[in-house]
Design a protein around this ligand. Structure first.
Ligand code: LCS
Length: 400
């Protein structure tokens, strides 16, 4: 059962799962900045530990401010429950490890956020958890990778950093046929643009650091799914490995969610214009943005994904040094990793977010060495384009 309260996501992003303030009636839910909760007596403490009485015990096991965010996110992703984590990687590692053990096999997209790839390719291998990395757009390759001990499929769409998109219908169909769990990282879309539960995806992860919070001042993660799945994660990898979200961070993210839909729509408006500008520019070699007609997943925009999101990848004409010079020439756009913030952020995946890959692994994953990734912010789009234009102009002046 979903805890969704209203028909529209915009309303749920503001009201769903509200804990509120029964003591004083404040509009904003208080930050329950406490490590522990006082029991009336020993029996009450014992009953809570035994699960015989509802109530909070200790903030690693649950906290009202964190619970509000979990309930709200479950409503937005149309799932029964959610678990909040100290980071997106906390969510990825805990969700995968709660569902995998030594001797198991998983199928993962070859292209993933760099640390998710490192976790699976390096740490899981050491733990005896085997992985096959596949082109997640290739149904035949996914089917061919399935083995007797395969437990789950883990992927992103659009993929960080190259904006390749997977077909959720297709992946879900394969997973259901082979009774595999599906785990998606929905960070690039946010629930405003893509709700994977509509396609039967089991577990939906976000780096809440990005669009959900939206203001570049928190590192956090979340996983949404069924009560059974979320309880399993909470009672194993969350409780015992302990990457829990702080009440203060949960409060900031719940505040961020209130403006999520308006922010995401503006990110899309701006990104569409920046993508068109880059696509038409003689100094730009290629642009990867699902909203462009020539993108292979353009047909998924308007169906699986409401709009194409705020992140664009591109390559400029010229050498790698030219690409570096272009980025160093920017005056307003910041050179920084992360995405989904009010500020436009630009970075070079091969040397930054995707440096955990070797050069060969990046080539196999379709992540080019000259790719530049831009997270289009909420500034006026003309100022963003003007900054890019002047940085490209400097290159041209130097070349002349
Ligand atoms: N999943 C995706 C798709 C991400 O982009 C990131 C971080 C994570 C998970 C991990 O989340 P975190 O632990 O950082 O909250 N992506 C970053 C990026 O592209 N630039 O800097 C971090």
């Amino acid at each position: 059962m979903s805890n969704k309260l209203f028909k529209h996501l915009e309303t749920n992003a503001i009201h769903a799962g509200r804990v509120g303030d029964p003591s004083f009636g404040s509009l904003a839910t208080p930050i329950h900045q406490t490590s522990t909760f006082v029991f009336d007596n020993v029996q009450q403490g014992a009953n809570r530990f035994a699960g015989e009485e509802a109530g909070f015990i200790y903030s690693r096991l649950g906290n009202p401010t964190v619970m509000e965010l979990e309930q709200r996110m479950a409503a937005l992703e149309n799932t029964e429950a959610a678990a909040a984590f100290a980071s997106g990687m906390g969510a990825v590692s805990a969700t995968l490890l709660a569902n995998l053990k030594k001797g198991d096999h998983l199928i993962a997209s070859a292209a993933l956020y760099g640390c998710s790839f490192a976790l699976i390719n390096h740490k899981f291998a050491e733990l005896g958890i085997e992985a096959s990395f596949v082109d997640i757009t290739d149904a035949t390759a996914i089917e061919a990778a399935i083995k007797e001990n395969t437990q789950l499929i883990f992927f992103e769409t659009p993929i960080n950093p190259n904006l390749v998109c997977a077909d959720l219908n297709e992946i879900s169909r394969i997973a259901k046929r082979h009774e595999l769990l599906t785990v998606i990282d929905n960070t690039f879309m946010s629930p405003v643009l893509q709700q994977p539960s509509d396609y039967g995806v089991d577990l939906i992860i976000h780096s809440a650091t990005k669009y959900l919070n939206g203001h570049g001042d928190v590192v956090a993660g979340i996983c949404c799914g069924s009560v059974k799945q979320i309880e399993n994660i909470k009672m194993t990898t969350l409780k015992d490995m302990g990457a829990v979200m702080s009440p203060n961070d949960a409060w900031l993210i719940s505040r961020g969610l209130k403006t999520l839909s308006v922010r995401v729509e503006r990110h899309c408006d701006n990104a569409e214009k920046v993508a068109d500008y880059l696509d038409a520019h003689a100094g730009i070699k290629s642009v990867y943005y699902p909203g462009l007609k020539h993108h292979p997943a353009n047909h998924l925009v308007g169906t699986q994904m409401k709009r194409a999101g705020g992140v664009i990848a591109f390559e400029i004409e010229g050498s790698f040094d030219d690409a570096v010079r272009f980025m160093n020439n920017l005056k307003m756009c910041h050179i920084a990793v992360s995405l989904g913030d009010a500020e436009t952020l630009i970075q070079h995946p091969a040397s930054m977010t995707h440096s955990p890959y070797t050069e060969e692994e990046r080539a196999a994953a379709g992540i080019s060495e000259t790719l530049i990734r831009i997270s289009v912010g909420l500034e006026h789009v003309e100022d963003i384009i003007e900054d890019i234009e002047q940085a490209l102009q400097v290159l041209r002046v130097k070349a002349a």
